[in-house]
Design a protein around this ligand. Structure first.
Ligand code: PLP
Length: 395
């Protein structure tokens, strides 16, 4: 191939680089302003003020009040806290939880653990595009139901769920509604009130903030047990000395992401569509996830007659960072539970490729990826005994 090798990061759903201005804003809170926010002397005041400013920034990004934001160590902790916290606080009322089959493992594995503690969980099926039907949510509600948890946008296929409709159903039945908005925040508009959301999980490193930072929105009047026991931080609900630099970074990163969101989403959507068209021009390639209701930066395709793992290794040699599914499932050879839930056969699932764009992605990056993927798919198909003759190179 006659194109220059370049480094292209196409895995923004796995993580993002911390913005330089965010890293810069964090630095003083590791050095000069290192005080513990709980201390009483003047040195601590700067830390306290910075944490409260970040709380305001996070709250403003989702239409919440600052006092409804609780800082955590990331999306995983927020998801665990929402589910376990509500389950244990409400177990006298009922022990039934509703979720979907395509949630992140931070939800599904927590649900599996809760099942071992005596809770029952309904895992709602999705359609071929990975969409949850709000009517299925309503039909699954019983007098025992205490919580519904459906993610806002899927980390593998980018499908965006009808969150406001599900929230309205939850509210009508007096059931709490949690959504994992880890992949959605900074990409699509979020309004906890318009969407009838009681609990919402965020993760800083998905929108150019630091890793190991997160938040849980807890709506007014929502009772849940703490996950972390210890000191009185976060108004007694989440113990542990605050990660002040991380919190500062997360707050700023989210406010910057939201400020640029409309403009960025428009630009990235156009690049996403160009990339999708390039991928679908490859014979026997199919798009995973919803064709329209999907994140602006997500392309997930499946190529028949190839292995996703082999394509990743070859793309890596050409400087392209991509994924077959979520970052965690890339470490295992288990087929993606999300693609299986969308009805893809096991052998085809292994040929899936997730490319997630970012605000720094250029048209040249996209064209390079299209050319490299095309060449790589052909190379792997030429090597595979399963490839039908008409898909092999003619030479
Ligand atoms: N939920 C979703 C949808 C995710 O994509 C991720 C991370 O990939 C998480 C939760 C976990 O977030 P964290 O990495 O901050 O623990």
């Amino acid at each position: 191939m006659n194109i220059d090798k370049r480094q292209v990061y196409m895995d923004h759903a796995a993580t993002t680089a911390t913005r330089p201005e965010v890293a810069e804003a964090m630095l003083p809170y590791m050095t000069g302003h290192f005080g513990n926010p709980s201390s009483l002397y003047d040195l601590a005041k700067a830390s306290r003020t910075a944490v409260e400013k970040a709380r305001e920034q996070v709250a403003a990004a989702i239409g919440a009040a600052p006092k409804e934001i609780y800082f955590t160590s990331g999306g995983t902790e927020s998801d665990n806290w929402a589910l376990k916290g509500v389950a244990f606080a409400k177990k006298a009322k009922g022990k039934h939880i509703i979720t979907s089959v395509i949630e992140h493992h931070a939800i599904t594995h927590t649900c599996a653990w809760l099942e071992k503690q005596g809770f029952s969980v309904t895992y709602l099926a999705v359609d071929q595009y990975g969409m949850v039907d709000p009517a299925d949510v309503e039909a699954a509600i019983t007098p025992e139901t205490i919580l519904i948890s459906v993610m806002m946008a899927n980390n593998e296929i980018g499908t965006v769920q009808p969150i406001a409709a599900i929230g309205a159903i939850a509210q009508k039945h007096g059931v709490l509604f949690h959504t994992d908005a880890v992949q959605a925040a900074g990409h699509i508009p979020i309004d906890v009130h318009a969407m009838h959301i009681d609990l919402l999980s965020l993760s800083g490193h998905k929108f150019h903030g630091p890793k190991g930072t997160g938040a849980l929105y807890i709506g007014p009047g929502v009772r849940l047990d703490p996950l972390m026991h210890g000191g009185a931080q976060e108004r007694g609900r989440r113990a542990g000395t605050e990660n002040v630099p991380g919190i500062v970074g997360m707050g700023l990163a989210l406010s910057l992401a939201v400020a640029d969101m409309t403009e960025n989403a428009e630009r990235v959507t156009a690049l996403r569509d160009r990339l999708t068209a390039g991928m679908l021009a490859i014979p026997h390639a199919y798009l995973n996830g919803h064709p329209k209701r999907r994140l602006p930066n997500n392309v997930n395709v499946v190529f028949e007659f190839i292995e996703g793992e082999s394509i990743l290794l070859l793309l890596n040699r050409k400087g392209i960072a991509a994924s077959t599914g979520s970052a965690c499932s890339s470490k295992s050879l288990d087929p993606s539970h999300v693609l299986i839930a969308c009805g893809l056969p096991h052998d085809v699932v292994h040929g899936s490729l997730r490319l997630t764009l970012g605000e720094e992605t250029t048209e040249e990056d996209v064209d390079y990826v299209i050319a490299v993927v095309k060449e790589t798919v052909q190379r792997l198909r030429d090597m595979s005994p399963l490839t039908p003759p008409e898909l092999r190179s003619q030479s």
